[in-house]
Ligand binder design. Structure first.
Ligand code: NAD
Length: 317
C-alpha cells in the first residue's frame, strides 16, 4: 500500500492509460480528476446496483471500442463495489490486464481493494461470479474519507473492528490514518500467504457467517451487519471477549439497536452462504488469546443454540 496525498493524484494517474471511476467521486473530486481524457474514463453510477453482468459487458465494450491493449494499465477509483466490478473487468478483458486501485471509502481502504477478490452480483446472490486478480498497486489517500457519508464510514468501522479482534497488534488508540494502514497491511500479509482462501485467509470471515445473514434480512450496511455478527459469534462461542467488544464499540461511539429476525429465514440464508459445505455451517471462533479455530455446526445444532440464547444479544429471534 502506497500512502499518498490528493495533491499527488494527477501524477499517479499519469501512469495509467484507462480509468474506471465512481461517478460520485468524479464529481466531488473534479478538481483532481477533471484533466483526464474523458474518452479513456468509464464512470460508474450507483456502484452496488451496477455491480452486475450488464454493466460488466458495457464496460468491456467501452474499452474494446477505445482499442485497449493487453499492455495497457487500468486504474480504478472508488469504493468496494467499483473495485469489485472494475477489477473483474481487468481480470477478464483480453484475458487479463494490469490494474491498480485508489480506494475512496473506509471499507475499500482496509478490505475490498486488497486481496484480488473481484466479481459481480447476480439475482442469486452477491459476488457469485468472479475471480482472483490482484491489483498491482494500491494507493491510500486518506483525504477521500472527508466526503464519505457517516453511514458509509460506520460501515467501514465495522470491518475495522473485526481486524481489531483478529489481529492482536491493532491499536485503536492510534490516529485513525495509522489504524487504517495497520488493518490494510494485516490483510495484505494474510492474502500474501493464502490468496485463494485455503487456510489462514478464512480468518477474515470472522463475524461474517452471521453478518451476511443479518445483512440479507435487514437494511443494515455490510459493516454494521458484521458487528451484529461478531456480537452473536462472541456471545455463543467466546463470551469472555464480549466486554472488550462493547468497549471497542464505545470507543467508536457505535450503538447496536435491538433487531428481530425470523429464525428460519435467518438459517436459510446462513446455510446457503457460498463458503459453507453442503451439510455444515462454518464459523471462525476466537479463544481468549485470539487464536482462531473453525467450528462447524449443522442447521439443527445452530437452531438449538440460537433458540436457547434467544434474547441475550441485540439480535433476537
Ligand atoms: N473484494 C473484496 O475482498 C471485498 C471485501 C469487502 C467488501 N467487498 C465489496 O465492497 C462493496 C462495498 O464497498 P463500499 O462500502 O466501499 O461501497 P460502495 O463502493 O458502494 O460505495 C459506497 C457509497 O459511497 C460513495 N463514495 C465512494 N467514495 C466516496 C467518497 N470518497 N466520498 C463520498 N462518497 C463516496 C459511492 O458512490 C457509494 O454511493 C460491496 O459490493 C462488497 O461486496 C469486496
Amino acid at each position: 500500500m502506497q500512502v499518498s496525498k490528493l495533491s499527488q493524484l494527477k501524477s499517479i494517474l499519469n501512469n495509467y492509460e484507462f480509468f474506471i471511476i465512481d461517478e460520485k467521486v468524479s464529481t466531488l473530486y473534479k478538481e483532481f480528476l477533471g484533466p483526464l481524457d474523458q474518452s479513456k474514463c468509464y464512470f460508474v453510477s450507483a456502484p452496488e446496483q451496477s455491480k452486475n453482468m450488464h454493466e460488466f459487458e458495457k464496460i468491456c465494450i467501452f474499452f474494446l471500442n477505445q482499442k485497449i491493449r493487453r499492455t495497457d494499465s487500468l486504474c480504478i477509483i472508488g469504493g468496494g463495489a467499483t473495485s469489485d466490478l472494475g477489477g473483474f473487468v481487468a481480470s477478464s478483458l483480453l484475458r487479463g490486464i494490469n490494474w491498480s486501485v485508489i480506494p475512496t471509502t473506509l471499507l475499500s481502504m482496509i478490505d475490498a481493494s486488497i486481496g484480488g477478490k473481484v466479481g459481480i452480483n447476480t439475482t442469486q446472490g452477491k459476488n457469485l461470479i468472479g475471480s482472483f486478480h490482484l491489483p498491482q498497486k494500491n494507493y491510500f489517500i486518506p483525504e477521500f474519507l472527508n466526503t464519505l457519508e457517516p453511514d458509509e464510514y460506520t460501515s467501514g468501522l465495522g470491518e475495522l473492528i473485526k481486524y481489531k479482534f483478529i489481529d492482536k497488534n491493532i491499536d485503536i488508540s492510534k490516529p485513525i490514518g495509522e489504524v487504517i494502514v495497520d488493518c490494510a497491511t494485516f490483510k495484505q500479509e494474510i492474502v500474501h500467504t493464502d490468496l485463494k482462501e485455503k487456510g489462514i485467509r478464512e480468518i477474515l470471515n470472522f463475524g461474517h457467517t452471521f453478518g451476511h445473514g443479518i445483512e440479507k434480512l435487514t437494511t443494515l450496511s455490510h459493516g454494521m451487519s458484521v458487528l451484529y455478527g461478531i456480537e452473536l459469534n462472541l456471545f455463543l462461542f467466546s463470551p469472555s471477549l464480549l466486554k472488550e467488544f462493547y468497549r471497542v464499540l464505545g470507543h467508536f461511539e457505535i450503538n447496536l439497536e435491538n433487531i428481530k429476525l425470523d429464525i428460519n429465514k435467518f438459517l436459510d440464508v446462513v446455510e446457503h452462504d457460498k463458503k459453507n459445505t453442503a451439510k455444515e455451517i462454518g464459523f471462525i471462533i476466537l479463544d481468549n488469546n485470539k487464536a482462531y479455530a473453525t467450528k462447524k455446526l449443522s442447521r439443527d445444532e445452530l437452531k438449538t443454540l440460537l433458540e436457547s440464547n434467544a434474547t441475550s444479544t441485540n439480535t433476537n429471534f
